[in-house]
Design a protein around this ligand. Structure first.
Ligand SMILES: Cc1cc2nc3c(=O)[nH]c(=O)nc-3n(C[C@H](O)[C@H](O)[C@H](O)COP(=O)(O)OP(=O)(O)OC[C@H]3O[C@@H](n4cnc5c(N)ncnc54)[C@H](O)[C@@H]3O)c2cc1C
Length: 400
């Protein structure tokens, strides 16, 4: 049970949002011997009922179109592998990884050329991605109907499911042990003095002064930025549907996370399968809107998966939910680090569906920024707010 009131009136760092990203930052910072300061995490929804973190699909991959995203995911894979040593407690569990891989299917020459290009980049960074011909795929994945497919891009090294929930649990537990305070409260106002965010006010009226203010508010990041007078943070909630299904004749216990040209994706989930899809009308929604369109399954999702995997003609839906991506509408990528004018206000926002796996790299990076005022382990400069002001072009194309 979280306390409702902070114990102090001032903190060196106040982190707004205590889910995957806020907790990664709090733990990385609290571990640093060169950071003696006080850390407060403020979380409005301590059960994380609406957080992307609870509604996630919990997978990692290196099949991104930008080298930096590949590297950030590689850090997640290494962090998961060495988790017990990283977390610094011999009682910590191993992080379970099921490396069924990701498989992108191309049904046109343009996308096939794109996959070939990014495979070269990914492999150059040490990823295990390889291009599979249709014949390769027919041999390896005989349960697919590959009608219309030209090639696939596949990697089953360090790609697949990882148990991020256990990572989060231990980040929170060890941060608490290292003195991080977390309160159940909602930040409703931010005070400014010239070029600094000086204090936050909670819904109960409590005011807390801050040295640094970190925006880890997920889909509500733009609302929080607006409280500090920062207009137009391009992060908006977008719905993503998830279905867990049982198949009467399971096609394979190791179905890769397959991104079908229809946009629907499917993968193994233990003895069952997990299916994901965007709504037909993929537009921003209210952060409290979790209404469920039941026609999506019948009209779009089931036809797509049954066409690609004929064994999915006979399935039963066991569970289904809708969650929100914190979607960066400009370039589908994270926005990290300081605001150019409000320099103690740090963004950790806009992950667009890949924030779970990037949490270790973001936690480490923001902690480095707070302590040293620069990125150290990995240069995250291309993800700063500056590109938003310049109306960034390009960005990440591998967003599902
Ligand atoms: C269906 C789905 C599938 C996904 N699959 C993957 C995947 O396979 N791999 C992957 O890497 N990523 C995936 N993601 C994305 C990933 O889950 C998110 O990027 C990640 O969880 C974001 O964490 P976060 O802490 O930034 O945001 P959130 O989890 O949304 O947490 C933000 C927190 O801030 C709190 N908050 C907001 N405003 C305030 C305020 N004013 N005061 C106090 N607290 C506040 C909220 O209550 C919330 O708990 C998926 C997301 C969804 C929805």
């Amino acid at each position: 049970m979280l306390k409702p009131e902070p114990q102090h009136s001032a903190y060196d760092v106040v982190i707004v949002g205590g889910a995957m990203i806020g907790s990664a930052i709090a733990w990385h910072l609290a571990c640093r011997l060169d950071f003696p300061g006080r850390i407060l995490v403020v979380e409005r929804d301590p059960g994380f009922r609406q957080a992307s973190t609870s509604l996630t699909n919990s997978c990692m991959r290196q099949q991104f179109s930008t080298p930096l995203n590949v590297r950030m995911s590689q850090y997640c894979a290494a962090f998961a592998r060495d988790f017990r040593e990283e977390i610094g407690d011999g009682a910590a569990p191993r992080i379970h990884v099921q490396a069924f891989g990701y498989l992108y299917l191309a049904d046109n020459e343009d996308f096939a050329a794109h996959l070939r290009r990014v495979q070269t980049m990914q492999a150059g960074l040490g990823a295990g991605t390889r291009i599979l011909s249709r014949a390769d795929m027919e041999r390896r994945f005989p349960y697919f109907d590959l009608d219309g497919i030209i090639l696939g891009s596949f990697n089953d090294r360090d790609e697949g499911y990882f148990d991020g929930a256990t990572m989060l649990d231990w980040w929170r537990r060890m941060a608490r042990r290292r003195g991080v305070e977390t309160v159940h409260g909602e930040v409703v106002a931010i005070s400014r003095t010239q070029n600094r965010a000086s204090a936050v006010t909670l819904a109960r009226g409590t005011r807390v002064n801050c040295g640094w203010l970190v925006n880890a508010a997920g889909t509500r990041a733009a609302e929080l930025a607006a409280m500090a007078g920062i207009a137009g943070l391009p992060v908006e909630p977008r719905k993503r549907y998830t279905y867990v299904i049982a198949a009467e004749n399971p096609p394979s216990p190791e179905l890769p996370l397959t991104i079908d040209p229809s946009g629907v994706h499917m993968r193994s989930d233990g003895a069952h399968y997990m299916i994901g899809a965007a709504p037909v009308d993929d537009t921003p929604v209210d952060s409290d809107d979790f209404s469920f369109d039941h026609s999506l399954w019948e009209n779009r999702v089931w036809p797509a998966i049954a066409a690609r995997v004929p064994a999915f003609e006979r399935v039963r839906v066991l569970n289904e939910w809708v969650g929100h991506y914190a979607y960066n509408r400009i370039d589908r990528n994270a926005i990290l680090g300081p605001h150019p004018k409000l320099d103690n206000f740090l963004f950790a926002n806009g992950f667009s569906g890949h924030g779970y796996q990037h949490a270790p790299a973001v936690g480490r990076g923001i902690a480095e920024w707070i302590v040293h005022g620069r990125w150290q382990s990995l240069d995250l400069e291309e993800l700063t707010f500056a590109r938003v002001a310049q109306g960034a072009a390009g960005g990440e194309t591998a967003v599902i």
